[in-house]
Write a protein that binds this ligand. Structure first.
Ligand SMILES: Nc1ncnc2c1ncn2[C@@H]1O[C@H](COP(=O)(O)OP(=O)(O)OP(=O)(O)O)[C@@H](O)[C@H]1O
Length: 243
């Protein structure tokens, strides 16, 4: 369970996240949506103590991330597919991560199997495609068998088979009773993956609702999303309407 209370982040005079309050419940997939620059990544980074809030707080299982005794056992995160040592194999990378977090080595094998990377476990990461790197990032998130998963844009770089795979995986993880939060720009994909939605625009929470409820009265989830966020889009192409 993730709880965010009055979370705010200011950069100079700009407010990236503005007094946001919500809870992400276990047992379902929660989609985190919003236009470019809405504050999704900043909110996620504050949950993971990668960015310090100006005010407010974020907790996982009742504690701020920083005070979790074994963070990887409680929260698995995919923030961006960076920080990979290209010369290492996928297996070595995960073993190194496991060792530095006090996790048994066999967790690396389990995570590779769950992410479909077992057959390339001994290949060097530098030869990995974007989609394979993304899977490896998900494998790292699953390493500690955490009850909470926070994945920023997990669908990025995945081919159609990969998109289907991550959708099935996320739904299975939620069905196991885990808390699953994913951000995405792919609204149509969210319609298939998420049970619940948090929508943020210009740093403010615009919706905290079930997918069916959110879509009611609109032609599609996309139409409902555009109607809600039209006035909060920070960046928009010249002449481009989002409706
Ligand atoms: N380190 C930083 N310094 C200054 N401003 C920042 C910083 N990080 C984010 N911002 C600003 O905060 C706002 C929210 O950015 P954020 O990356 O959280 O949005 P986002 O919803 O994740 O966007 P996207 O969908 O484009 O990834 C933006 O206006 C961004 O320019």
């Amino acid at each position: 369970m993730i709880e965010v209370q009055q979370l705010t982040k200011r950069y100079g005079g700009d407010t990236a996240v503005d007094g946001v309050t919500f809870a992400v419940e276990p047992g379902r997939v929660t989609g985190f949506l919003g236009p470019n620059g809405a504050g999704k990544s900043t909110t996620i980074r504050m949950m993971l103590a990668l960015t310090t809030p100006t005010s407010g707080r974020a907790t996982v299982n009742g504690r701020p991330y920083r005070s979790l005794p074994a963070p990887l056992r409680e929260v698995g995160a995919l923030v961006e597919a960076a920080g990979l040592h290209g010369g290492r194999t996928a297996y070595r990378h995960l073993c190194w991560l496991a060792a530095s977090n006090g996790l048994p080595r066999h967790r690396a094998t389990v995570a590779l199997e769950r992410t479909g990377l077992a057959s390339v476990a001994d290949r060097r990461i530098r030869g990995f495609s974007l989609g394979m790197r993304q899977r490896l990032g998900v494998a790292a998130a699953l390493l500690g068998d955490p009850s909470t998963l926070i994945l920023d844009e997990p669908v990025n770089g995945l081919d159609p088979e990969g998109v289907h795979w991550i959708r099935t995986l996320l739904r299975a993880l939620a069905a196991e009773g885990r808390t699953v939060l994913i951000s995405s720009h792919l609204i149509s994909e969210m319609a298939l993956t998420a049970d619940h939605l948090l929508v943020i625009g210009a740093g403010r929470l615009l919706a905290d609702t079930g997918v069916d409820e959110f879509t009611r009265g609109h032609a599609s989830l996309e139409a409902a999303y555009f109607a809600l966020t039209a006035d909060t889009t920070r960046y928009r192409g010249a002449g481009g309407s989002t409706r």
